[in-house]
Design a protein around this ligand. Sequence first.
Ligand SMILES: N[C@@H](CCC(=O)N[C@@H](CS)C(=O)NCC(=O)O)C(=O)O
Length: 201
Amino acid sequence: MELIFSPASPFVRKVNVLTHEVGLREQIKLSSVQTTALNTSPDARAANPLGKIPALILDDGRTLIDSRVICRFLNDLSDANLYPNDQLWEVLTLEALADGIMESGVSMVYEARLRPEAQQSPDWVAAQWSKISHALEALERRGFMAMDGDLNMGQLALGCALGYLDFRHNTRDWRSEKPELAGWYAAISSRPSMVATQPEN
Ligand SMILES: N[C@@H](CCC(=O)N[C@@H](CS)C(=O)NCC(=O)O)C(=O)O
């Protein structure tokens, strides 16, 4: 299998963390691309009409797109239990929340990096951070059952989302008023799969 990836992408990191956790790492060739909303890599476009990463090209020629689809596929392929049946909707909800944090975080970066300064909207950036803040508040209150218990894909995705905030938005200092969540993150981010997949430029 071939993963179209970038080491900075939090969505890609979800897939890489999962492959470490379930022992599939060696079965996936990594093909690095540089792609943004304004400058799509031809390889990303060839794999995914949306031009987004991650995309996973399977050995039979089919391509899977979107981290949620790819993660669930690789979980099933490896017979892992990161989407346990008895907590499926809670795990998918936590994963969706984590992906939402990533989406807002990535869109703030795009706003700052891809738009000419005169066209940038502070209101847009504030609105995106507000989504993240509300999510962090709900997480601090432990409003999501799947945060606890056996390791699942929602937890790994949330680890990647919080890691992305450290990577790209560290001046926001999300930990200062979120001691519970900071402790939760410290535990998950010490897993070998998380340590091995730190985001890079
Ligand atoms: N929902 C998608 C989001 C993927 C995504 O937005 N990836 C970013 C990189 S972090 C990307 O490919 N951006 C290029 C673009 O927006 O065209 C997923 O979960 O895989």
